[in-house]
Design a protein around this ligand. Structure first.
Ligand SMILES: [Zn+2]
Length: 96
């Protein structure tokens, strides 16, 4: 039962990644290159996730709330930090 649930989670995770890449017009290779660079702000590693099926871990996709344009991958720490910045362009520019 537990195994079956794990399996379902992994498949679902892949599907989420695929549709997310599509949404931001990224190829899998582009995604891998972004992952290799690390978090766009601190260069940190991805949050560890046992459900990550590709061994790459799972970054949060950051996109401009107004244009929807993809900005970069964020580790969980920076993702939480950005939320508290409330998308202040000034702080974001400094962070980058
Ligand atoms: Zn980070």
């Amino acid at each position: 039962m537990y195994r079956a649930m794990q399996r379902w989670t992994v498949v679902s995770d892949r599907q989420v990644l695929t549709s997310t890449l599509k949404k931001y017009n990224l190829t899998r290779d582009q995604y891998k290159a972004l992952v290799a660079k690390g978090c766009v702000i601190c260069g940190g590693p991805p949050p560890l996730s046992h459900s990550a099926s590709n061994g790459l871990g799972r970054y949060k996709f950051d996109a401009d709330p107004e244009t929807g344009k993809f900005r970069g991958l964020l580790c969980s720490g920076c993702s939480i930090g950005l939320d508290s910045f409330k998308d202040s362009q000034d702080l974001l520019a400094r962070a980058q």
